[in-house]
Design a protein. Structure first.
Length: 123
């Protein structure tokens, strides 16, 4: 069965739009990865300042290959760049035009789950 990785991002109210725009700009960054199955950015509706970044993978090996390949390379490019967002993961700063802005999230925690049951919608 698949595995799920959830990144819980603490995002202040004044940074919500920034975070969402950064994720919109990174469309396609993970979707072509081998073993990738699903992505969702979940916005909190009430009582929380935590966004959830939900990704689903064929297996742990697929996720690790992406983390140690394209994701790691993107982080390294972003850290070494003077400006710009090329390869920059969403939510972590790095807009074009000079100094890198601060990250939209103030904290991050990753949760891992194994899918043990699933149910497709009835037709």
């Amino acid at each position: 069965m698949s595995i799920v990785k959830i990144n819980a991002l603490t995002v202040p109210a004044d940074q919500r739009e920034v975070l969402e725009q950064r994720f919109a700009a990174r469309k396609g960054f993970v979707e072509s990865a081998d073993g990738f199955e699903w992505f969702e950015l979940l916005r909190p509706l009430e009582g929380s300042d935590r966004y959830l970044v939900y990704t689903r993978w064929r297996d742990e090996e697929s996720f690790q290959a992406w983390m140690n390949g394209p994701m790691k390379e993107a982080h390294q490019r972003a850290k070494g760049a003077d400006s710009g967002t090329e390869g920059k993961p969403a939510g972590s700063g790095g807009e074009a035009g000079g100094e890198r802005p601060k990250p939209a999230a103030t904290d991050s925690e990753t949760w891992s789950f194994e899918v043990v049951q699933q149910a497709p919608p009835k037709k």
